[in-house]
Design a protein around this ligand. Sequence first.
Ligand SMILES: O=c1ccn([C@H]2C[C@H](O)[C@@H](CO)O2)c(=O)[nH]1
Ligand SMILES: [Zn+2]
Length: 134
Amino acid sequence: MTEIRPHDLFEAARGAMGKAHAPYSRFPVGAAILDGDGQVHTGANIEVISFPEGWCAETTAIGHMIMSGGKRIAEVAVIAEKLDLCSPCGGCRQRLAEFADAGTLIHLCDAGGVRKSVRMDELLPLAFQTETIG
Ligand SMILES: O=c1ccn([C@H]2C[C@H](O)[C@@H](CO)O2)c(=O)[nH]1
Ligand SMILES: [Zn+2]
């Protein structure tokens, strides 16, 4: 099996961004998740005319991963057409954290490739948990 590299994830996210349904914000976003079994799952943002009902690229990709049988997130790439670095929104950080580990890398991309890679626990420090601390 060919190893998936961050640049491959970037390309998958960029391809997914081309499928965004973002007629209201005109702000296409793409995401790609590498799961623990080496499979890649992609997503784009999907907007709805009643604006709060739309959802993010990362969320679409998580749905694809779960429905394809993927269990854990090994790496993520995110790209937005109109931003140099698209960092996942707060809600998506929590959704990603559900399936990621503290050290899972999230690659923030621009049109040329990966520009910055951050750990899950940098994106969502002090994440909510129900286990007793200490
Ligand atoms: O991390 C993010 C941030 C925003 N969006 C989408 C939501 C909306 O469709 C558009 C503008 O906010 O970008 C994402 O897909 N991912
Ligand atoms: Zn989001």
